[in-house]
Design a protein around this ligand. Structure first.
Ligand code: SF4
Length: 222
C-alpha cells in the first residue's frame, strides 16, 4: 500500500498530476471543438495553424499533433470541406502544399477559444510568482522534449534566434527580443510566438546555458 512514507517517485507523481490536468484540458477542448462544429483533432489542427499566415505542411501538422500523416490528411480534408482551411502551393516548391486557415476558420477558432476556461482557471489558483515559476518549468520541460526529438521545435523564446536572455541588468526585465528591440521579463516569455524563428542548434544551446545560469552570483556585464 502506498503511504506518505513510501510515496511513488516525484517524477511519477508529477506525471500523475499532469495526467489529471490533461484530462480536464481534453474536456475543455471538446467544449471548444463543439463550439467550432469540429472534433478535437480537427480543432487541434486549426489551433496549430493559428497565427501562421504561411500555413504548415501536412507533415508539420502531423508532427505537431503526434498523429500519422494519413490521419492528419483525413482531418484536413474534413476541415477543407467545412471551409475552415485551404491548400496553397508552397512558395519554395510549387509541387507541395501548405495548409492555411481561412478567415472563417480564424473567426470560428477565436469564438471557440472564448468558451474554454479550464487552463486559465487552474492557473488562476496560483499567485503571480507561482505562475511565473510554472511558466519557466513548462518551458524547461517542453524544451527537453523538443531537444530530445520527441516533439517538434515549438515557437518559444528559448529556441528563437531573436532571444537574448539576461541582456539587461534590470531584474524585472532582464531579457531582450531583437525582433521588436525591447526588453521583457520572465513572465513575458512566449510559448507560441508568431514572430519566432528557430535558432540553429549551437545558438539554442548557448542561449539555454545563459538562460539557466545563476545570474544572482554573476550578473551580466560584471
Ligand atoms: S520573436 Fe517572439 S519568440 Fe522570438 S524572442 Fe521575440 S518574443 Fe520571443
Amino acid at each position: 500500500m502506498e503511504t506518505p512514507v513510501t510515496p511513488k517517485s516525484l517524477p511519477l507523481r508529477i506525471h500523475e498530476g499532469l495526467e489529471r490536468l490533461a484530462t480536464a484540458l481534453r474536456a475543455d477542448d471538446w467544449v471548444g471543438a463543439r463550439a467550432a462544429g469540429v472534433n478535437p483533432t480537427q480543432f487541434a489542427i486549426m489551433a496549430s495553424l493559428e497565427g501562421r499566415p504561411g500555413g504548415l505542411s501536412v507533415r508539420d501538422i502531423a508532427q505537431q499533433l503526434g498523429v500519422s500523416q494519413p490521419s492528419a490528411t483525413d482531418s484536413i480534408g474534413a476541415l477543407e470541406r467545412k471551409g475552415y482551411l485551404y491548400k496553397a502551393p508552397a512558395p519554395s516548391d510549387r509541387r507541395s502544399v501548405r495548409i492555411v486557415l481561412t478567415e472563417h476558420g480564424e473567426a470560428s477558432l477565436a469564438s471557440a477559444h472564448a468558451t474554454r476556461s479550464v487552463a486559465e482557471s487552474a492557473a488562476g489558483a496560483l499567485d503571480r510568482a507561482q505562475q511565473e515559476e510554472l511558466l519557466v518549468s513548462l518551458v524547461t520541460m517542453i524544451r527537453h522534449l523538443q531537444e530530445s526529438g520527441i516533439i517538434p521545435i515549438q515557437r518559444m523564446c528559448v529556441s528563437c534566434r531573436f532571444f537574448r536572455p539576461y541582456a539587461h541588468q534590470d531584474a524585472a526585465q532582464p531579457h531582450h527580443c531583437t525582433f521588436v528591440d525591447a526588453a521583457f521579463g520572465q513572465q513575458d516569455l512566449r510559448v507560441d510566438c508568431r514572430e519566432h524563428e528557430t535558432a540553429d542548434p549551437s545558438a539554442r544551446a548557448a542561449t539555454w546555458a545563459e538562460f539557466t545560469r545563476d545570474h544572482t552570483l554573476n550578473p551580466p556585464g560584471i
